[in-house]
Design a protein around this ligand. Structure first.
Ligand SMILES: Nc1nc2c(ncn2[C@@H]2O[C@H](COP(=O)(O)OP(=O)(O)OP(=O)(O)O)[C@@H](O)[C@H]2O)c(=O)[nH]1
Ligand SMILES: [Mg+2]
Length: 362
């Protein structure tokens, strides 16, 4: 690990030095503003100090051409562990099924389908409860049962609301969530759609100053879309940036990915968002995340009081049962779903019908 201290007249200059010296993978450890040549803190020239670090091995590797990584073959031990997990899961499901009301067993194929799509057995049983008995129906009538189930899921997913902006108002939306779920890409997609397609005045703010590359990523999007971008290093700077852009219809705040198990990071994020009670916070969740992990994420990020869920990587998810499970336990409004890497196209307002169809796919 190579650690270096940089001083410059402003943050942009300091970041340029960090980038030039340590490369794009550098991590910012600490930033500070101070007055050079100051007497008791007065009169001196304001300077900034940035402490940055880079993993020396990573720095050399990142300059080389990317390598194609061939996944290692699954060895026997891994396989046995996986089989064991699956058999435990099967046993668990069987146990739960035994506890279910007797009549839920008559919907075994629907129950199988729901459970195959990772829906919790008890939620699945609640969904099928009271549906006409499949076995008593013949031919096309059986598909009616499936249609009824689909309608139930649609009703269950009804709470959908994107970002409501008005030409005379100023709306502030922050995207929060774990690392790599697609926050920055989604901010760019939203900015491009609202600014370019709908003609609203939009500004971007990034509070992700943890990595040089993160700031640059949003800057590039800002330049392409033609909207201003602010980089904020503290809650006070966020407050000032929001004030400067109160003439915009929409201010989108990108935040650094946070680990749900890092309480300090989460309270820091909470403090940042607390500067303005009108910030609408969307918790960004990747649909490729395992349900158990997603539960943990929602639980831990609840300190930031997100008002909406935004689901990403719908294109990559093997099933969307997690969405239903989460909404069962946390009845929260869903805003958007993203369906690919393309900016600005791969985003749409969540649709309960579309999601229900995907949740119920074979
Ligand atoms: N397949 C797919 N990839 C996506 C989607 N949204 C984002 N990505 C990709 O996910 C990766 C991470 O996206 P970012 O936007 O950088 O994620 P982030 O949450 O800002 O990451 P951090 O800032 O590091 O926490 C990128 O390769 C994106 O192109 C999506 O809907 N589908
Ligand atoms: Mg990001």
């Amino acid at each position: 690990m190579k650690v270096k201290l940089f001083t410059a007249q402003n943050m942009a200059e300091a970041m340029a030095q960090v980038k030039q010296d340590l490369g794009r993978d550098a991590i910012i450890l600490h930033t500070r503003r101070f007055r050079k040549g100051a007497i008791f803190g007065f009169f001196g020239k304001e300077m900034v100090e940035v402490m940055a670090a880079v993993d020396s091995a990573a720095a050399t590797i990142s300059e080389k051409k990317p390598k194609i990584v061939v996944p290692a073959a699954t060895d026997d031990t891994q396989m046995t562990a996986l089989q064991l997990e699956m058999s435990n899961m099967r046993k668990m499901i069987e146990q739960v099924l035994c506890q279910l009301p007797q009549n839920s067993k008559q919907y075994s194929s629907l129950m199988d389908l729901l459970i195959k799509n990772d829906i919790e057995p008890l939620i699945a049983a609640n969904l099928v409860k009271g549906l006409p008995d499949e076995k008593s129906l013949v031919g096309s009538d059986q598909s009616i049962v499936r249609k009824l189930l689909l309608d139930r899921i649609v009703n269950f997913l009804q709470k959908i609301d994107g970002i409501d902006i008005s030409p005379s108002g100023c709306k502030t939306v922050a995207l929060i969530g774990p690392t790599g779920v697609g926050k920055t890409t989604t901010v760019a997609k939203l900015a491009a759609n609202f600014a370019l397609k709908e003609g609203y005045k939009v500004a971007l703010v990034t509070a992700d100053t943890y990595r040089i590359a993160a700031v640059e990523q949003l800057k590039i999007y800002g330049d392409i879309i033609g909207v201003p971008i602010e980089i904020v290093y503290s809650p006070d700077e966020l407050k000032a940036a929001l004030y400067r852009h109160n003439d915009k219809n929409l201010v989108l705040i990108d935040t650094a990915g946070r680990s749900p198990s890092n309480h300090y990071q989460l309270t820091e994020l909470q403090a940042l968002l607390a500067v303005d009670p009108y910030i609408e916070t969307h918790l960004v969740l990747s649909t490729t995340t395992k349900y158990k992990d997603a539960l943990e994420i929602v639980n831990k990020f609840s300190v930031c009081s997100p008002q909406k869920f935004l689901f990403t990587k719908v294109d990559e998810a093997s099933n969307l049962g997690t969405i239903l499970n989460l909404l069962y336990h946390f009845p929260t409004t869903v805003s958007y779903m993203t369906t690919g890497q393309s900016v600005p196209d791969d985003i749409e307002l969540a649709s309960s019908t579309k999601l229900a169809n995907m949740i119920l796919r074979d």
